[in-house]
Structure formats: C-alpha cells, structure tokens
Design a protein around this ligand. Structure first.
Ligand code: 4NP
Length: 157
C-alpha cells in the first residue's frame, strides 16, 4: 500500500480536489488495495471547514464529489504515514520542506505539476481570489497530473 498526501495552502480548493480526482482514478483502475490518499493544508485558517463551495460546484460538474474537511499538515504524523507528500505550488513545497524533520522526510516531497504530461504549468495556481476560469484550470491540471502520478505509482518502485 502506497499513501499519498496532497497539500495546498488552505486545504479547501486545490488539495481536496486532487484527493477527489485521484480517488476517482483509484476506483476506475481497481487500485483501492494498493493506493490511498488524503489532503491537508500548510495553513490552519480553514481547519474544520468543508471545501470551498465554488470548488465543489466546478468539481461536481465533472463528476467529483468533494467531501474532505480541512486540516493542517501535522509533520509528526504525516511524514511517517505518507510515502508521497505533494504540494500544489512551489510555496507549498517550501513550507513542507521547512517542517520536514530530516532528509528522509524531505525526500517524500514533490510538486504536483512534476507529474503532468506536458511542461505547460509549473504550479496548480491558487483559484481562491479569481473567477471560474481559475477553478476549471485547477481541475484540468489535476486531471493531467493525477494520471501521471497513478502511472508512476503503478510501476514497481
Ligand atoms: P487552497 O486555496 O490553498 O487551494 O485551498 C486557498 C484557500 C484559502 C485561502 C487561500 C487559498 N485563503 O487565503 O484563505
């Protein structure tokens, strides 16, 4: 069993969506015995909140149901529990590296767009203060990145 933690700033837009898109692929590919995922935020502002209602609506239109409740990353637990800890942008990756306890923790951290098929994007841009196009772009990038990630994780390590 490999475990993946998706991480953004607030854990109400990008990382809960990554979790839902990845779970849909796990289901579609019959990989529930092999892969598991969760999501968290580097900040605690929204801890206990449901996903952003706009993000939920845009995700729902593509068939994804966002059910996760926001929580902050807990380095003491998460770096032990998860094999892959994936930030949505470079600030998330910097913040994760700042709370990693050692080199083994640091090695688990990567950037979501590294799993994309093209080199078109180098982050999953924060949609919080923008309009509809930002939410659609988040889902476009996540669908591409999750495909790449699931492909990578199915190969023997
Ligand atoms: P997320 O989006 O990191 O994708 O969940 C954001 C959510 C909330 C805030 C910023 C980004 N905020 O400033 O409250």
């Amino acid at each position: 069993m490999k475990q993946v933690l998706f991480v953004c700033l607030g854990n109400i837009c990008r990382s809960p969506s990554a979790e839902a898109v990845f779970n849909a692929l796990i289901e579609k590919n019959g990989l529930a015995e092999e892969l598991k995922c969760d999501s968290a935020g580097t900040a605690a502002y929204h801890a206990g909140d449901q996903a952003d209602y706009r993000m939920k609506q845009f995700a729902q239109k593509r068939g994804y149901c966002l059910t996760s409740i926001s929580r902050q990353v807990d380095p003491k637990v998460d770096f032990d529990r998860f094999d892959y800890i994936i930030g949505m942008d470079s600030q998330n990756v910097r913040d994760l590296k700042a709370v990693a306890r050692n080199e083994n923790d640091r090695k688990k951290i990567s950037l979501m767009t590294d799993y994309c098929s093209g080199k078109k994007y180098d982050s999953v841009p924060d949609p919080y203060f923008g309009g509809a196009a930002g939410f659609e772009l988040v889902l476009d990038i996540l669908e591409d990145a999750c495909k790449g990630l699931i492909h990578k994780l199915q190969k023997p390590a």
